[in-house]
Design a protein around this ligand. Structure first.
Ligand SMILES: C[S@@+](CC[C@H](N)C(=O)[O-])C[C@H]1O[C@@H](n2cnc3c(N)ncnc32)[C@H](O)[C@@H]1O
Length: 244
């Protein structure tokens, strides 16, 4: 099976994109709470570290792909002196929660959220200094189409930053984490998110998704230069950084 064939519900008449959209619409009200619970709050440290790896001098504009409830966009605003941040997501439900958060924080003058498909961006080429995606690219139906679009809308000297789950390789952490990720996390997710499939899909989608050097080579294939990666939390997730 190819990684893009892993879908939340595996219905015969729906695409991965449709299933991913309806899954995130369904879990949106619980998403932030569950992120914090299931990662013991570490997810916000991962996003903080990810933004810190950007070396761009004075970036002004940032596009956060698969922004969800906008946590990476909010973190970017904290660390960088940006004048324009756009967050894009295919799930209207996630965008709604994200907008509530942004309004509450008084950030609507700088961060704007839009519903859209990362594989078909309506921004002109070269229009952002930085393009980011946290835990998003694994959900794309066509990974290379999504990454190519990220490349296209990036300015010539722009930087891309992708944070994504990876598979720990170190014994015995690999085995311990796998037990948590495969059995415990989906059970907690099942009772708290109201979608029995969502956190099973999370585990399954990570298992077939390219990570470390394999994902870095895909970025190079797309055209990205100076691709580097750094594993976090013994390999639970990885920050990929590259330039155009
Ligand atoms: C796990 S969430 C990550 C949200 C956020 N970036 C974070 O760090 O919490 C993945 C998000 O990717 C979005 N997504 C999946 N496929 C997409 C696509 N083709 N275009 C835009 N967003 C997409 C989903 O709707 C979901 O909100």
């Amino acid at each position: 099976m190819e990684h893009n064939q892993v879908r939340p519900y595996q219905h015969s008449d729906t695409s991965k994109k449709q299933e991913v959209t309806s899954m995130f619409d369904k879990i949106a009200p619980f998403y932030d709470f569950l992120n914090g619970l299931l990662s013991a709050g570490i997810d916000s440290i991962w996003r903080r570290k990810a933004i810190k790896t950007l070396t761009a001098k004075n970036p002004k504009s940032l596009l956060d792909i698969a922004t969800g409830t906008a946590d990476l966009a909010i973190e970017a605003n904290k660390q960088l002196a940006l004048t324009k941040i756009v967050g894009l997501d295919i799930s209207p439900g996630m965008i709604e929660i994200g907008n509530r958060k942004i309004n509450k924080k008084g950030l609507s003058n700088i961060i704007s959220l839009e519903v859209g498909d990362s594989e078909n961006l309506h921004y002109s080429s070269g229009s952002f200094d930085v393009v980011t995606a946290a835990f998003g690219v694994r959900n794309f139906e066509n990974l290379k189409a999504g990454l190519s679009e990220m490349y296209r809308v990036l300015a010539d000297d722009g930087q891309v930053l992708i944070l994504e789950f990876s598979r720990p390789t170190i014994f015995p952490f690999k085995q311990l984490f796998n037990t948590y990720f495969k059995y415990i996390l989906p059970t907690i997710g099942k009772v708290t998110s109201k979608d029995p499939k969502a956190y099973k899909y999370l585990y399954e989608s990570v298992q077939l998704f390219p990570d470390y050097d394999e994902f870095a080579s895909i970025l190079e294939e797309i055209g990205f230069k100076k691709v580097t990666w750094k594993a976090l939390s013994l390999g639970i997730c990885t920050i990929y950084h590259a330039e155009k």
